[in-house]
Design a protein around this ligand. Sequence first.
Ligand code: C2G
Length: 435
Amino acid sequence: MKKVITYGTFDLLHYGHIRLLERAKALGDWLIVGVTSEDFDKARGKINVTETLSERMEAVKALGIADEVIVEEYEGQKIDDIKRYGVDIFAIGSDWRGKFDYLKEYCEVVYLERTEGISSSELRARDRLRLGLFGNSTNVDKIERESGFVNGLEISGRWSDENEFEKLLESSDAVYLYARPERHYELVKKALLSGCHVLCETPLALKKEDCAELLSLAESTHLVLMEALKTAFSTAYGRLLLLLKSGKIGEIVSVDSSCTSMEDFEGMTPEELKSRFGSIADWGPTGMLPVFQILGTDYEEKRVCSKMHPSGNGLDLFSRIDFIYDSAVASVKVGKGAKSEGELVVSGTKGYAYVPAPWWKTDFFEIRYENPAENQRYFYQLEGEGIRNMLAVFFQAAVHGMRYQAIDARVTEGISSVIGDFYEGKDLRVLGGGK
Ligand code: C2G
């Protein structure tokens, strides 16, 4: 019996795929089809896949052309499969010509002509989302750049003047918002009320109640409202949370995160200083994200210690936020006028998780134990600091109604209320004088 194998994502199955599978089957007596897993696709840079692995596998099975459908999960698996299944022919579309010649050592390699005029990318791009960008910052530049990797996501323009916000809303289906935190609530509300999906920089608002109101407004208007906290969308960070929840380091006793980036405030005029973000506004949400996602938001005590800029305009050069829970503690260090090691350490009763600097855009972490021989290292692909993945998730949610909550409402509300309190001077101790 002649065995043939082929691989693909088979997203939004179309006649190009079907013709390929028919011709592959005709090359032998038994056809094995490898369907790529979500992780494997992400690792090879395919972030726009619309359907889940099981949907894609079901669609391939339903055609009745394949005799066996398997999952392709890792780089190099093709060699393993060819040996394991005793494959005679490896078949693939001509867009891959030459790329799989290395398999000739194990079996015959056949490139089949690709069908012109149809592709999954084109089908996906039929669903468009016009994203208007609001704000003036390198964050906006990054969003603009990364949006180019998401099929169907079009930038409708870039604005930074609030007087032109209406214009932005008129020409967009969705808005990315970068503004001072105190402006978020109003702008998000305006956008939702004009029927736009919103991707808003964090914090969403400065009060728990305002966050809750915005989230419920989004729900009742069937719009997507997402907090643009890119770290929450990084694969390594997401996997770390899952490992911790599964008890890998025992009971968690502390979460310590630190995020700093120096900004030169010297020589700035009071006006310029006013337009700058302090440490808590800039880094607080990222720093608090793992604390609230791991320990929850029901802390019993909170204290913020800040070193302020001498100008007296409330800009914190450095802050430490401490939380005390019933059975754990947490500490978040943020700095724009002070430097520290940007690492994340989660300590547990059996071991600890260590994420090296800069932990908020990492592709790696380690689980460490008393006996170093038991340590485990984990590596994941990180594209565009997590922003690419965040935009893909936002797009899927807005266009296909896919529900994927990377950050739950309580975390969003928790972050907002800590920052709101800081602005009001609540639970705040100013170090070395100053205001
Ligand atoms: N295909 C085709 N004609 C099209 C579109 C796709 O013949 N118009 C073929 C591709 O060449 C491939 C198969 O259909 O052989 C599946 O295509 P995709 O789902 O796009 O998967 P791809 O990224 O090509 O995955 O490691 C190799 C991958 O697993 C192949």
